[in-house]
Design a protein around this ligand. Structure first.
Ligand code: FMN
Length: 356
């Protein structure tokens, strides 16, 4: 029995956002001093050469990252590194601070190992995030920065929002993600329309003097046709990869009463859908475009499915809430066993193994 399996019932008695805040406070405690970071690294990091992934001009020590939304404001990146993750994606960062939607806005669906959130891009804004990254330094593992627009922005203003956040934070980033797939922010215009996407990538291309890798994060709910149209645009602009997927508004087959809450569903019920989309994307691009697979990863098996379907890296949020601090270690250890079982010499070797 792990310590977290004893703590979790207590944590789950608290409202989810309160539990998240307390968890972050604990991580801030870990991050605060060198000895605490070292102790946690000693307990939770699991290194193995087969886990290393070379991508986006950098080396990921392992393929298991923390998805956007967990550390929106770059407050605990060093603690997440100590916990054995291979990278973190901070954000979504917007130009200015926003309070997001009214509370409650985060719900557990315990019976379904899932969550529903309608946070609505709450965050400190790019300047505070930048100061924090300057003060704390970037972590020792790759850092992704997920950029977004203000909830009040019109279509034209949104382009300027992406440009400004990119300009301010890309110097710290190993890769930047344009988030056009949040299902719980006000829908003022069609964020995934081809014209809008072209305008975003054109603008960022001009802004990107240093050649930072730029990715786009997509949702699982659009029809396949429009997803593949998006991939065509991505290819047109030499976008470096796709993060698939964001949360879903679907509610099929859920048991928990909280399925009635509006917002984006994450966790176990999303796993197969997002893996199927990873596979579709990998097949459509002949495995040429790097894919970051996210949605319902909570075990080595779930991570491995996404890798074999074509994901070069995976990320998780909900799995971390359910599995606790040893999540990355458990998954990475299990991945090494699965690779050995199937005769792969590395994660990179297994990427796309299930494709035709
Ligand atoms: C509380 C919460 C907040 C999130 N905030 C963001 C966000 O700001 N930007 C974003 O791109 N994704 C956000 N996500 C989506 C996650 O990054 C991820 O795509 C999704 O939760 C599926 O992964 P999971 O099943 O491992 O949680 C959020 C998810 C949750 C649960």
């Amino acid at each position: 029995m792990t310590l977290y399996s004893r703590v979790r019932p207590l944590a789950f008695k608290l409202p989810p956002e309160r539990a998240h805040t307390l968890g972050k406070q604990a991580l801030r405690g870990v991050q605060a001093t060198y000895p605490t970071r070292a102790l946690v690294s000693y307990a939770y990091q699991y290194d193995h050469p087969a886990l290393e992934v070379d991508l986006f001009g950098t080396t990921f020590p392992n393929p298991v990252g923390v998805a956007a939304g967990f550390d929106k404001n770059a407050e605990v990146t060093h603690a997440l590194e100590a916990l054995g993750f291979g990278f973190v994606e901070i954000g979504t960062v917007t130009p200015y601070s926003q309070t997001g939607n009214d509370r409650p806005r985060l719900f557990r669906l315990r019976e379904d190992r899932a969550m529903v959130n309608r946070m609505g891009f709450n965050g400190h804004g790019m300047d505070r995030v930048k100061s924090r990254l300057e003060r704390d330094g970037v972590p020792g593992f790759p850092l992704g920065v997920n950029v977004g627009k203000m909830n009040t922005s019109t279509e034209g203003e949104a382009i300027e929002d992406y440009r400004r956040v990119f300009d301010r934070l890309s110097p710290f980033a190993d890769y930047v993600v344009v988030n056009v797939s949040c299902p719980n922010t006000p829908e003022k215009f069609d964020e995934s329309s081809p014209d809008h996407l072209r305008a975003i990538f054109e603008t960022l291309e001009e802004e990107n003097d240093t050649g930072r890798p730029i990715l786009v994060k997509i949702g699982p709910d659009s029809p396949e046709e429009s997803i593949l149209d998006l991939v065509d645009i991505v290819t047109e602009f030499d976008v470096d990869g796709i993060v698939a997927t964001n949360t879903t508004t679907e509610r099929d087959g859920l048991e928990s009463p909280n399925r009635e809450e509006w917002g984006g569903l994450s966790g176990e019920p999303l796993a197969d859908r997002s893996t199927a989309l990873v596979r579709t994307l990998a097949e459509y691009t002949d495995g040429e475009l790097p894919i970051v697979g996210v949605g319902g990863v909570d075990s080595a098996e779930r991570a491995y499915e996404k890798i074999r379907a074509g994901a070069s890296l995976v990320q998780l949020y909900t799995g971390f809430v359910y599995e606790g601090p040893s999540t990355a270690k458990q998954i990475n250890r299990g991945l090494v066993d699965l690779l050995e079982r199937d005769g792969f010499s590395s994660v990179e070797d297994a990427v796309g193994a299930d494709l035709e």
